[in-house]
Structure formats: structure tokens, C-alpha cells
Design a protein around this ligand. Sequence first.
Ligand code: FES
Length: 106
Amino acid sequence: MNPHKLAFTRVLPASELPPNAKKPLSIEGKAILLCNVNGQLHAISNVCSHNDKPLERGRLGNGWIACPTHGARFDLATGNALCLPATKPIATYEVRVVEDWIEVLV
Ligand code: FES
């Protein structure tokens, strides 16, 4: 078993991701987007499942993000595609705050 699979990675001071902010990061070679929606943190893939475009400039709503390229929406908690043109989900990752640092399990 790979022990790194069970390790959270400390990525960002929590103060640098205020409510309704987004932050693109590369963690272990994966393009991740951190989102803070009204204090609720989410870590999702920064790559749209429709045409592989980045999601980081997308609009955040109550529990979803809209791809800025063609408008597909994704559930931030599950990664499920909520409308066309995307039909496949995006990856989501566990995220937590420890000692005022945001940590992601990738
Ligand atoms: S690339 Fe995201 S909806 Fe098309």
C-alpha cells in the first residue's frame, strides 16, 4: 500500500481562501481547484470533463461551479455533472483545515 494515499497535503493558509474565493493548485501533479463557498471548502479537479478546459474562472453558486467555456455545472461535493454539455463527473478530493492550514487528500 502506498502510504502517501492516506496522507493529507498541507497546501494553503486558510486565510488565503476567503468566502467565495477560488485557488488553482498543482498537488502531486494533479490540477486541483480549491473553492470556498460561504465558508464551506471544496477541492475538485480543475479540468472540465466536457472538453478538458480549466474551471478556475468559473462562476460559483450554492454548491456548484459553472465551467466558463460552455457552461456545464458540477456539484462541488460529488463532482457530478448537473447539466449539459458535460455528462461525466469530475474528481473531488477530501479537504480539511488543521491549525489554520487547508489540507487536501489527493
Ligand atoms: S469545456 Fe467545460 S463545458 Fe465544455
